[in-house]
Design a protein around this ligand. Structure first.
Ligand SMILES: [Zn+2]
Length: 117
């Protein structure tokens, strides 16, 4: 129970950060441009846009993973390996709360991915 609360708080905090950060970045950028008219002359428009896109893309994946983890916390499958159904060691979960595989299965999956290339 204590473990569940710990990870629930951890994941909720992370989710909050992810959901509020993009707005703050957008807001500060607009302000920055307004006060620095020469900003656009540096040819940074394109890279700026793709940079924002990559952040957004990465965040949506992470956001989904965190929401998944929170769902698993609710239905009691959090910390259970998707592959072998064994418990994922708490140390691994602390380092990576969104992990859905134990280290052994994760390594096997990565080995398979390498072979598949
Ligand atoms: Zn496993």
């Amino acid at each position: 129970m204590k473990k569940k609360e710990h990870f629930e708080r951890l994941l909720s905090q992370r989710l909050d950060e992810l959901l509020t950060e993009p707005n703050e970045i957008a807001g500060s950028r607009t302000g920055f441009r307004a006060h620095h008219p020469d900003y656009l002359d540096r040819g940074s428009m394109e890279s700026d846009t793709s940079f924002a896109f990559h952040i957004k893309e990465r965040e949506s994946i992470l956001t989904r993973k965190i929401k998944d983890a929170l769902t698993r916390l609710e239905n009691g499958t959090f910390g259970i390996c998707d592959e072998c159904r064994r418990e994922i060691p708490e140390g691994r979960l602390k380092a990576r709360p969104v992990a859905t595989l134990c280290i052994k299965c994760k390594e096997e999956q990565e080995t398979e991915e390498r072979i598949g290339e």
